[in-house]
Design a protein around this ligand. Structure first.
Ligand SMILES: [Zn+2]
Length: 149
């Protein structure tokens, strides 16, 4: 297995069999943040604990990226190898809305409110030859998972 590393440290647990996004939870008011912050955006408290976010939520809003963004700042796969992707917000119940890449970009495969789950996806290879990975959400139905817990 080739070495892989997150695009930014501290965003999610990696390597991991069941990766989780790493947020923060305010010890004073319970507000949850992602990514982690040094202070609570709601009450200003400086005491936040690491909080692993839920891996499933509902699609809240989305759009698609059909062409490579300008690089820099875009550092992902560009040129002929670029593949369109979705971007959007996934609402994690009782936590927050995460701004995220989506594995799906076909408009007829995305709908507001559909169940989504966290996945870790390749992002590109950096100058040192290390494969970088980032997080994304994919439709649960697409993964062949039957709804109904
Ligand atoms: Zn707070």
């Amino acid at each position: 297995m080739r070495a892989s590393a997150p695009i930014v440290d501290g965003l999610f647990t990696w390597p991991a069999d069941e990766p989780r996004l790493l947020g923060g939870r305010c010890n004073e008011c319970g507000t949850i943040t992602f990514p982690q912050q040094s202070g609570c955006p709601k009450c200003g408290a400086q005491s936040l604990d690491e909080h692993m976010l839920a891996t499933r939520g509902r699609l809240w809003a989305w759009t698609t990226q059909e062409f490579p963004p300008p690089a820099p700042p875009f550092a992902g796969v560009s040129g002929r190898d670029f593949e369109p992707f979705g971007v959007g917000y996934v609402e994690l119940p009782g936590e927050l809305r995460v701004e995220t890449r989506l594995t799906e970009h076909r408009a007829d495969h995305l709908r507001i409110g559909m169940e989504m789950e966290l996945v870790i996806v390749p992002f590109g290879t950096d100058d040192d030859g290390i494969e970088r990975v980032t997080f994304a959400f994919r439709p649960v139905d697409e993964a062949g998972v039957v709804d109904g817990d």
